[in-house]
Design a protein around this ligand. Structure first.
Ligand code: SF4
Length: 64
């Protein structure tokens, strides 16, 4: 499982950072930074919460 991000959609709401701070941060332009693309099974719930909480639909999960 892998995290994908579309920076052209990100609007810097930071919901993803609050849901899964081990995987997401914001850069100095308030655009999402994926700290760790690979998702450990133990983190999956948090990352799914981050995806669902993104109002811009700028992050999503793929199988690989
Ligand atoms: S929640 Fe979505 S729009 Fe907000 S910083 Fe994260 S990826 Fe960007």
């Amino acid at each position: 499982m892998k995290i994908n991000a579309d920076l052209t959609k990100c609007q810097g709401y930071a919901n993803c950072v609050m849901a899964a701070p081990e995987h997401f941060d914001l850069d100095d332009r308030s655009l999402v930074v994926v700290l760790q693309e690979h998702i450990d099974p133990a983190d999956l719930v948090n990352v799914e919460d981050a995806v669902l909480s993104c109002p811009a639909k700028a992050i999503w999960i793929t199988e690989s």
